[in-house]
Ligand binder design. Structure first.
Ligand code: ATP
Length: 220
């Protein structure tokens, strides 16, 4: 690592399919930047997400939409490493490769929704994640997933009640209460499939990209 700064950098990581990216992702990301004084928050589009249906749209288009969404918004950046990898997008691989690029004292914050967190024991090498990062779990008032016993044990051992007090490069879990905007990519795909507008649910640049490339065509 060349030129590591004396002050640890605080880097957030938000993975997703982003099919397409929408204002829920972007507002949530910006709020995390402000709440945790992050120097940077990387949106990392997944190539072949191991835990869900395959995206409708090509990696190239999803990446281009995320890039256009964050253009000019300094703390939000796009990291395309998962799209360059010729295998499933395992978060542990992403964290290991990111760790190799940042200073040892830099702080990585993996942002996960509560539902994703509850599914963690199904992830590849999940128990090693905290060796590389902190985990910020976004809890929402209407969440209904239940953590398994092993996750409850992990929370008992690793969670801290004041997320502002997370220190060191990684190893801890904080629950963050956030009321998300009621927007999902599924809803956006459904609106477009039925020929309806998604203006104001996605940034104008993303809307323009969808229109210019004929993505998510109406199905009637
Ligand atoms: P889909 O509807 O296709 O499942 P999605 O809208 O949930 O997609 P993803 O790309 O799967 O989008 O989400 C990536 C990340 O963004 C996840 O961690 C998810 O918790 C978070 N996220 C999704 N929607 C919102 C929202 N409205 N507000 C804040 N965060 C969100």
């Amino acid at each position: 690592m060349i030129g590591s700064s004396p002050t640890p950098r605080r880097i957030g990581i938000l993975g997703g399919t982003f099919d397409p990216v929408h204002i829920g992702h972007l507002r949530g990301a910006l709020e995390m930047v402000e709440q945790f004084a992050l120097d940077e928050l990387r949106l990392i589009p997944a190539a072949r997400p191991p835990h869900r249906d395959q995206p409708q749209t090509s990696a190239e288009d999803r990446l281009a939409m995320v890039r256009s969404a964050v253009a000019g918004v300094a703390p939000l950046t796009v990291d395309d490493r998962e799209l360059k990898r010729d295998k499933p997008s395992y978060t542990i691989d992403t964290l290991e490769s990111l760790r190799a690029e940042v200073a040892a004292h830099d702080q990585l914050f993996l942002i996960l929704g509560w539902d994703a967190f509850c599914g963690l024991p199904g992830w590849h090498r999940w128990s090693e994640l905290l060796e590389h990062c902190h985990i910020l779990v976004l809890q929402r008032p209407d969440a209904d997933s239940e953590p398994s016993q092993e996750l409850r044990d992990l929370l008992a051992a690793r969670s801290i009640s004041d997320p502002q007090a997370l220190d060191g490069p990684g190893g801890k879990i904080a629950i963050v209460w956030q009321t998300p905007l009621q927007v999902s990519a599924t809803q956006i795909r459904q609106l477009l499939a039925s020929g309806r507008s998604v203006r104001y649910l996605v940034p104008d640049a993303v809307l323009a990209y969808i229109q210019a490339h004929g993505l998510y065509p109406a199905s009637h």
